[in-house]
Design a protein. Structure first.
Length: 242
């Protein structure tokens, strides 16, 4: 099937369903100017003193906080980013009752900025930061404007509310994501290489026969998809007119 036929099938499934769940990764936000990790131009293919995966680990955060926050502020925070076509279309689908929830691996908060309400952030959000000593919360601007290491008024270190490597995912978020996916009629998986676990394994809970996988490059789940579209999310979602 040619790509236009694939997109038309996708549009038809969206129009016919009232129980859609969207599971997304970095590709949702690259169209907002936020770089991903694993593409040719992604963070894993740039040169740093330490690999990004090492810098964004719990161990590194504890042992080398200044290096951690230098990288974090330079490469992980994009306060000026605006929602992409995909973000906006998902809001439309939610408002008309078709989309029941968004499960995202992204930490940029752009789904909420666009107006989506039911968003499960598997890996947390850069918009939330908390004191490790007293629990006081701070916004992203506090971290941006802070010195080398953001510090609370009580003297405790302020940590981004994001899941670092070596840290476990929130169990309640996982349960909610599993429930959404297992009950979905249409599951749209977009902009993710599906190489990060346990998040990628959530797809295994889908019981339906309308698994749509939209990604520019191949993923380990391509053969399991009922509809595979190798194109950008924005190009595909702009065809959805409600």
């Amino acid at each position: 099937m040619e790509i236009q036929g694939q997109v038309q099938m996708f549009v038809n499934w969206v129009k016919e369903s009232c129980n859609i769940v969207f599971f997304g990764g970095a590709g949702v936000s690259t169209e907002s100017g936020i770089p991903d990790f694993r593409s040719v131009d992604g963070l894993y293919n740039q040169d740093y003193k330490y690999p990004p995966e090492t810098i964004l680990s719990h161990t590194f955060y504890v042992k080398k906080p200044e290096d951690f926050f230098r990288f974090y502020k330079n490469k992980m925070l994009f306060p000026e980013a605006v929602p992409s076509t995909t973000h906006k279309k998902l809001v439309e689908l939610e408002k008309c009752g078709k989309l029941k929830g968004i499960i995202t691996q992204n930490i940029d908060g752009l789904h909420q900025k666009a107006g989506s309400k039911n968003v499960i952030e598997l890996h947390g959000s850069v918009l939330r930061n908390y004191c490790e000593k007293c629990g006081e919360f701070y916004d992203v601007n506090y971290v941006i404007k802070s010195g080398n290491i953001p510090v609370c008024s009580c003297g405790g270190r302020v940590k981004p509310d994001v899941i670092l490597y070596e840290e476990g995912l929130d169990e309640s978020n996982m349960r909610e994501a599993i429930n959404l996916i297992s009950e979905a009629d249409v599951l749209i998986v977009g902009g993710t290489s599906l190489g990060v676990y346990p998040a990628a394994g959530l797809i295994d809970y889908y019981k339906g026969n309308k698994l749509v996988l939209i990604n520019k490059s191949a993923t380990p789940y391509d053969k399991k998809a009922d509809l595979l579209i190798n194109d950008s999310l924005g190009k595909v979602f702009q065809q959805v007119i409600m």
